[in-house]
Design a protein around this ligand. Structure first.
Ligand code: MN
Length: 323
């Protein structure tokens, strides 16, 4: 059976806005803000052009106010136990405004940065495609609330904020997120294997669809991806789709430069297959690639492996096929 060449049916032309989100405030380790720079230096933009994309770059965080804020950001917001809520709130709001207002009919490709940036990219995408289904590829569920988070790191919370869970306890700076912009039945996870007790409860109580590594072993990656697409599409064969891809979903031996590694992850082929198969539907409109942290490498090979994996995820999502 021949592989269909992805054709991106929701786009007027093959044009992509690359939204740079060099941000690390959603967690405690420095370096993840350099992910976009490293991926661009590795030739990401040219690789997309070779796949037939017209490219443009957007930099929502490049302005003085944000730089000033970064200097004065506090470890904890005064009214919340989450860390750096002021900084995360300001950065994600800027990303949101760009994704909502400046993408036009382009494919939305957001390069992080830590996973907190998905509050901006997904909320923004859902303003343009309110019915879009989100497929969240990750070792973690990232659905802690202000109440359940143990670390206080907001990169472990973006999904709950997008769903409006525990809204009464939001840090004030994150009140901008449109209420319940993401419906609990319009997201599906693949790759989970490190889920906090509080998160498990949230997933169960809200009936949120999730395929852990158990399900990948049980059904195989092909069936899991089909079930994920079916779940978020709700019977609409033209349902716009977005992938939010945390590279820590992949087995750590392939991706050593990421902040929260968990063993027994997706193989590289499984990780790429997810993107290739979803692209093949023609329904993709957006992708996040997050948590590439070049500064966590102990040698050049580890850094290169991680950057290459990140770039390959982008290419597999944006039309590269094996044949
Ligand atoms: Mn994540």
């Amino acid at each position: 059976m021949a592989t269909a060449q992805p054709h991106y049916k929701h786009l007027k032309e093959k044009s992509v806005s690359i939204v740079l989100a060099p941000f690390s405030g959603g967690q405690g380790k420095g370096g993840v803000e350099n992910g976009p720079d490293y991926m661009l230096k590795h030739g990401l933009e040219k690789q997309l052009q070779e796949l037939g994309w017209k490219t443009s770059i957007k930099e929502p965080l490049k302005d003085t106010n944000y730089e000033e804020l970064k200097q004065t950001a506090t470890e904890k917001s005064a009214t919340s136990k989450t860390k750096r809520g002021d900084l995360v709130g300001e950065a994600t709001k800027k990303i949101y405004n760009t994704c909502k207002n400046e993408i036009g009919d382009d494919f939305q490709l957001t390069i992080g940065g830590d996973h907190s940036i998905a509050m901006g990219s997904i909320a923004g995408l859902l303003q343009r495609y309110p019915d879009a289904g989100i497929i969240w590829i990750d070792a973690h569920a990232d659905i802690n609330t202000v109440t359940t988070t143990e670390s206080g790191n907001l990169h472990g919370c973006p999904v709950s904020f997008l769903m409006g869970l525990d809204k009464e306890n939001y840090p004030p700076e994150l009140q901008w997120i449109p209420n319940q912009v993401l419906k609990t039945d319009k997201i599906c996870y693949i790759g989970l294997r490190d889920v906090d007790a509080g998160e498990k409860k949230i997933l169960q109580e809200n009936n949120i669809k999730a395929f852990s590594m158990y399900h990948v072993d049980r059904f195989g990656i092909n069936s899991v991806v089909e079930m994920a697409i079916d779940h978020v599409s709700k019977g609409n064969k033209d349902c716009p789709l977005m992938i939010s891809y945390d590279v820590d979903a992949l087995e750590p031996s392939y991706v050593k430069c990421t902040g929260t590694m968990v063993k027994n992850g997706l193989t590289l082929r499984e990780g790429f297959f997810i993107c290739e198969r979803i692209a093949e539907t023609g329904n993709l409109v957006a992708l996040d690639v997050v948590e590439v942290n070049p500064e966590l490498g102990t040698n050049d090979m580890d850094i290169l492996d991680t950057i290459m994996a990140g770039c390959a995820v982008v290419r597999c999502t944006m039309g590269e096929t094996l044949l």
